[in-house]
Design a protein around this ligand. Structure first.
Ligand code: ZN
Length: 382
């Protein structure tokens, strides 16, 4: 590999928010929308790092059905009654600490399903996907960098760094170092836009801050190596939230029990179900079909979106909300959190879901989806 490449992944930087802004247009004149993937960063980023759809990388949503290997399988022997003892704020806090510290599920682990259903589930992303072997069984950009013996540096929150620290450190490292590849993952815009998606003055100020800091990083690269390849991409956009719907309450009102009749995981924009009773399946799906703001994703559609899993580990039935709708009581946004922005809608049907790809080198064939970004990221050395 010759020269120097800087790749920046900015979480939640949507095409809709930058298409009419100058945002680094002088430095990165080739800019375009790229279609995101159905799901959340837990599935999209591994796809960007491997070039594989979630159905092949195996990584999609955070919570998946795996009763054999669940870190909480020991709770099964307690029965559902003691498990329900944990179904309150203090109980969940205890289980969260247990999961994080003793069961090693990862620092981001949260009890996002009813405690009595914990023994049926497992949690992904306990490993660092920005390190070697981060996507088990597959070669990511970082595995390629190691196998090709390319000097590089990787920056992410996994090392305890804030976006500001990452940008400052990278700027200095690029100026003083001799690595050929720098990968920066900036995660804080996502949290910001969840809160402020509808507040344009705040967004302007935030974008100006990122633009300024990124400009200094890219300038450092161009100064050290005038032909440096500069790339910036995102995993998804952010959609303004218009309506909160208590989907879990609707499902509960059907009168069936978890874990006996069914299991459910609610992920903000998506509800995923496993059924152990035909009556529960018919009644719950029948009720959901009547709602005009959700739809069941069919097998062919899941296949087309690259998220079909024959073992149904991510759900036997997957119900997706229309853009702007959000599950009010999902585990993800519980505790009264009312986000102004959300992502995880249909990538082809929601313009706000669209991600971005920007570079200073004209791409021979422009990337169509976030998955294609992998090939541009690794073009110089793969
Ligand atoms: Zn987010």
């Amino acid at each position: 590999m010759n020269g120097l490449t800087v790749f920046v992944l900015v979480d939640a930087l949507g095409w809709e928010l930058i298409r009419d802004r100058a945002f680094l247009g002088d430095l990165l004149p080739y800019r375009q929308p790229v279609q995101s993937l159905l799901g959340f960063s837990s599935g999209i980023i591994p796809s960007m790092l491997t070039g594989l759809p979630p159905a092949e990388s195996g990584m999609w949503n955070l919570v998946y059905y795996d009763p054999q290997n669940s870190p909480f399988r020991w709770m099964k022997s307690l029965g559902t009654a003691p498990a329900r003892v944990f179904d309150n704020r203090v109980g969940r806090r205890l289980l969260t600490e247990l999961g994080r510290r003793f069961l090693r599920i990862g620092d981001n682990f949260d009890v996002s399903v009813p405690p009595e259903t914990l023994p049926w589930f497992h949690w992904a992303e306990s490993r660092n996907i920005y390190a070697r072997n981060g996507v088990p069984g597959h070669s990511s950009v970082f595995d390629l960098l190691y196998s090709r013996k390319i000097e590089h540096k990787v920056y992410s929150y996994k090392d305890g760094l804030t976006d500001q620290e990452i940008l400052l450190r990278a700027e200095k490292d690029i100026a003083e170092g001799n690595e050929q590849f720098y990968f920066l993952y900036l995660c804080e815009l996502d949290a910001f836009l969840h809160l402020h998606r509808k507040e344009m003055p705040q967004i302007e100020a935030k974008f100006a801050w990122y633009e300024d800091a990124l400009r200094r990083v890219f300038h450092a690269a161009c100064k050290r190596s005038p032909g440096a390849r500069l790339q910036l991409s995102s995993d998804h956009g952010m959609t303004p939230v218009e309506r909160h719907c208590d989907l879990a309450a609707i499902v509960k009102s059907c009168g069936y029990r978890t874990p006996k009749d069914y299991l459910a995981v609610y992920d903000s924009t998506m509800a995923r179900f496993w059924f152990f009773s035909q009556a529960a399946r018919d009644e719950i799906l029948g009720r959901l079909r009547k709602l005009d703001y959700v739809r069941l994703l069919r097998e062919q559609e899941l296949r087309d979106l690259g998220v079909y899993f024959a073992d149904h580990r991510y759900g036997e039935e997957i119900v997706l909300l229309n853009p702007g709708f959000i599950i009010a009581e999902s585990g993800f946004n519980g505790n009264g959190w009312k986000p102004a922005g959300m992502h995880g809608y249909h990538p082809a049907e929601d313009p706000n879901a669209t991600a971005v790809y920007m570079t200073n080198c004209a791409p021979a064939s422009p990337p169509q989806t976030v998955r294609d970004v992998f090939h541009f990221m690794t073009e110089a050395f793969a």
